[in-house]
Design a protein around this ligand. Structure first.
Ligand SMILES: Nc1nc2c(ncn2[C@@H]2O[C@H](COP(=O)(O)OP(=O)(O)OP(=O)(O)O)[C@@H](O)[C@H]2O)c(=O)[nH]1
Ligand SMILES: [Mg+2]
Length: 453
């Protein structure tokens, strides 16, 4: 505790006019500064209404201040939160005064970094703070909340516990180099390592879900030129985001928007229409469409219901399945009542009939999208953990070490080498929760946070 000798300060709310702005201070000078600027030392955790006095004794604003004393604060240090009126000019004046009193401007994520260094949370929880702030759907919120509450940390502790008990067995034999591990011990040992491996595998399997939650499910709208793709994007987003015109080949570059559909976050992408005879810029646009389709999690294939079915490029056809593609027969308003659409969607995929003009069929389209989005997200048991790329990297490392250890156990390899593999696995698990000192990694990780967090 109390590794830090300096006191940091930052604005914790976005710059701009609002009802309230919040400034945050953490470090050993906090209480001294609190009594100087408020003219009184507020009791911990009691919101206290006071005038903020600057170094000249002038009132800057009337504020509500709350002290959190060490160790029961976000950072584990003495902390002060000052809520002033949400005028950026006032907030800046208060911050300047705090800096004048010896505070240092906090770097990105520095409050959370202190919380981590002071043992208030492990690294996976610190990352979850960021995920929570950035979450844009119910699913990503609930996953971030689980990890913030320590769910990933608990899983890791179990894995670490498993490796430690295996290590204890192995190390008992290292001291007796002449004795070989008896077969029954080897069997038990292998069983333990396999159990840890299976646990690591289960966590690793959530990486894709993690990416989907953080980045949104890549949902690519594609189809023939003029089919109404951009119109459809605008209807789903609820604003005129993409240019719509009767001219074929209107959309040249792809357009991306984040939307939520039910509990899911989608990254909706409008693309240049597929036109087999396109040249020049339009041709380049279609190249991009194919690239987007390649990377998509979901496809929305838009067909003009009044026109014959277009030829769909082979590269796209092979990505079309009933669980990844929604067929949309657009411009239903132009069909005579009771008339069948001229276009036919590829066999086997769910199809909705809509009009981007009248919005007929739009609720059904959203229901189908929600269903498909639900199908591609998996969760780990009840806990809804979804790991990130960094976690996956170290879990992958641990997996390699465990596989090596297993191979040696099974081939009666020397106990020291098994122990060394197990220790490497421990180190990899440790990187995830931050039990290993890795300053460069920490700096990099917290640099992606916002200031004041
Ligand atoms: N009647 C009718 N017209 C529509 C409908 N959806 C789109 N349109 C019209 O069709 C034309 C093309 O619409 P866009 O949304 O630009 O089509 P697009 O598929 O994005 O076209 P490109 O970007 O050129 O590939 C525009 O004139 C739209 O107003 C619909 O449901 N009904
Ligand atoms: Mg378009």
């Amino acid at each position: 505790m109390a590794r830090h000798t300096d006191t940091i300060a930052a604005l914790a709310t976005p710059v701009g006019t609002s009802a309230i702005a919040l400034l945050r201070i953490s470090g050993p000078d906090t209480l001294r500064i609190a009594s100087a600027v408020l003219g009184t030392t507020p009791p911990p955790r009691v919101a206290t209404h006071a005038d903020y006095l600057d170094r000249d004794g002038a009132v800057v604003d009337d504020v509500v201040a709350t002290v959190f004393s060490t160790p029961n604060s976000y950072t584990g240090e003495d902390c002060l939160e000052i809520s002033c009126h949400g005028n950026p000019f006032i907030a800046r004046k208060i911050l300047a005064d705090l800096l004048g009193r010896g505070c240092r401007p906090a770097g990105p994520g520095e409050f959370t970094m202190r919380a981590f260094l002071n043992g208030r949370m492990d690294l996976s929880q610190a990352e979850a703070v960021m995920d929570l702030i950035n979450a844009r759907s119910d699913r990503s919120l609930s996953a971030a909340r689980q990890v913030l509450r320590g769910a990933l940390g608990r899983h890791l502790e179990q894995l670490v516990g498993g490796v430690l008990s295996a290590l204890a067995t192995v190390e008992a034999y290292i001291d007796f180099p002449d004795e070989d591990l008896p077969p029954e011990d080897r069997g038990r040992l292998a069983g333990r390592v396999r159990l840890v491996q299976a646990g690591a595998e289960r966590l690793l399997a959530t990486e894709r879900t993690g990416t989907l939650l953080r980045e949104g499910i890549a949902t690519v709208i594609l189809g023939e030129t003029n089919a109404g793709k951009s119109s459809l994007l605008n209807r789903i987003v609820g604003s005129e985001r993409a240019i719509v015109s009767p001219e074929p080949g209107t959309t040249r570059d792809f357009i991306e928007e984040r939307v939520t559909v039910g509990p899911h976050g989608l990254r909706l992408v409008d693309t240049a229409g597929l036109n087999p005879v396109a040249t020049g810029v339009e041709g380049l646009g279609i190249g991009k469409t194919l690239e987007q389709a390649e990377r998509a999690d979901l496809l929305v294939l838009v067909l003009d219901a009044t026109r014959p079915t277009p030829v769909i490029p082979e590269a796209i056809l092979k990505r079309i399945t009933s669980s990844t593609t929604l067929g949309v027969l657009n411009k239903a308003d132009l069909l005579r009542p009771g008339a069948a659409p001229a276009a036919v969607a590829p066999a086997g995929i769910p199809v909705v009939r809509v009009s981007a003009l009248t919005e007929e069929g739009l609720p059904e389209l959203l229901t189908e999208l929600e269903r498909l989005a639900g199908g591609i997200q998996t969760t780990v048991g009840e806990e809804r953990i979804a790991i990130n790329v960094r976690h996956a990297h170290y879990l992958g490392e641990a997996r390699v070490c465990l596989t090596e250890a297993l191979a040696k156990i099974e081939s009666s390899g020397p106990a020291e080498l098994v122990a060394s593999d197990l220790r490497s696995a421990l180190a990899s698990f440790g990187e995830i929760s931050g039990k290993v000192d890795n300053e460069q990694m920490l700096d990099q990780l917290f640099a992606s946070f916002c200031i004041g967090k």
